[in-house]
Ligand binder design. Structure first.
Ligand SMILES: CC(=O)N[C@H]1[C@@H](O[C@@H]2[C@H](O)[C@H](O)[C@@H](O)[C@H](O)[C@H]2O)O[C@H](CO)[C@@H](O)[C@@H]1O
Ligand SMILES: [Zn+2]
Length: 292
């Protein structure tokens, strides 16, 4: 039986790029510190728009394969080695933005049976035994069907794992504190002229913004190598993201801040020993490593 690292983190995301945008610095930090970091991505983003003109021909399965390559490159930048597609490559297709006919595709993630998808994720939890699971809030951060479904599947999988005696000690939701977002957009407005973007997004465009008091953990990368790794990982997702300095834009070309501090709300599990902790595992009994 091989020993697992004493700290084990599982992140559940909807598309290739979400993990770097939301948790790139966090993943890089914990990977560098020797924690086990497992990423489960639920779709390959086959219905995404494509930014670079030279790649505009990519769509459907070809885009999905290309984005899997982007994800592999991005995880190399973060030092994350355990990357899995929920149910295997192509099991659940990208559902498209909320309200589009794409949502009715019987093979898309939005149409998946939550219990069936959760059983697949629960198997990953049984194998990897994470103490910490990170996913989106019930609205998926911004209402995208795949993000909402990722929340539902991750939540149900954690319940299944707990019922089997090996559930995560903590479940966190990706968050951004409102005052931080507002201050970052105020600075962005002054910097926009020097950026390759014509317009800026707004605070309302940022997923998961909540009042400051709901933030339980902040992982500040500041000027550490983890901030640079996050930017490099986001750049690797070139079909979806354009990075310029301390900002980025998705295919809508709306500039938004690239946060090098990442924030979390404790959704379930063991309370934290202090307000605004700086470690997702703070206060958890460091086990010797579960047998795999
Ligand atoms: C960050 C994220 O979740 N991206 C999703 C999203 O992409 C957006 C979508 O194409 C929208 O129409 C654009 O205006 C926006 O700029 C994109 O970020 O939805 C895609 C389709 O489901 C998905 O592939 C992409 O990963
Ligand atoms: Zn997404």
């Amino acid at each position: 039986m091989t020993e697992q690292p004493s700290r084990r983190l599982l992140l559940v995301h909807a598309h290739p790029d979400d993990e770097s945008i939301n948790n790139g610095a966090t993943m890089a930090r914990y990977a560098a510190e020797g924690a086990q970091v497992t990423l489960v991505t639920c779709t390959l983003g086959e219905r995404g728009e494509v930014i670079p003109p030279e790649l505009a021909h990519l769509n459907g399965p070809a885009l999905g394969r290309h984005r899997m390559g982007e994800l592999t490159t991005a995880m190399g930048e973060l030092g994350v080695r355990d990357v899995r597609l929920l149910g295997g490559p192509g099991r659940f297709a990208d559902s498209g933005m909320m309200g589009l006919p794409d949502n009715e595709d019987p093979g898309c993630f939005w149409q998946a049976d939550v219990d069936e998808a959760a059983a697949l994720l629960a198997e990953v939890i049984r194998e990897t035994r994470p103490q910490v699971l990170v996913t989106y809030d019930p609205d998926g951060g911004y209402g995208h069907p795949d993000h909402i479904q990722a929340h539902r599947v991750a939540t149900r999988a954690a319940e299944l794992a707990a019922a089997a005696g090996h559930g995560p000690a903590r479940v966190y939701w990706n968050r951004v504190p409102r005052t931080t977002a507002e201050a970052a957009f105020a600075r962005l407005g002054e910097e926009l002229r020097g950026l390759p973007f014509d317009r800026a997004a707004t605070v309302d465009d940022v997923p998961g913004v909540v009042e400051d008091e709901r933030i339980d953990v902040e992982i500040a990368a500041g000027d550490t190598p983890y901030a640079a790794a996050k930017a490099a990982a986001m750049r690797a997702h070139a079909t979806q993201i354009e990075v310029a300095g301390s900002c980025f834009a998705l295919s809508n070309a709306l500039a938004q801040p690239l946060f090098t501090t990442e924030y979390y709300e404790l959704a379930a599990g063991q309370p934290l020993p202090e307000a605004r902790a700086t470690d997702l595992f703070a206060g958890l009994a460091a086990d010797a490593g579960a047998a795999s």
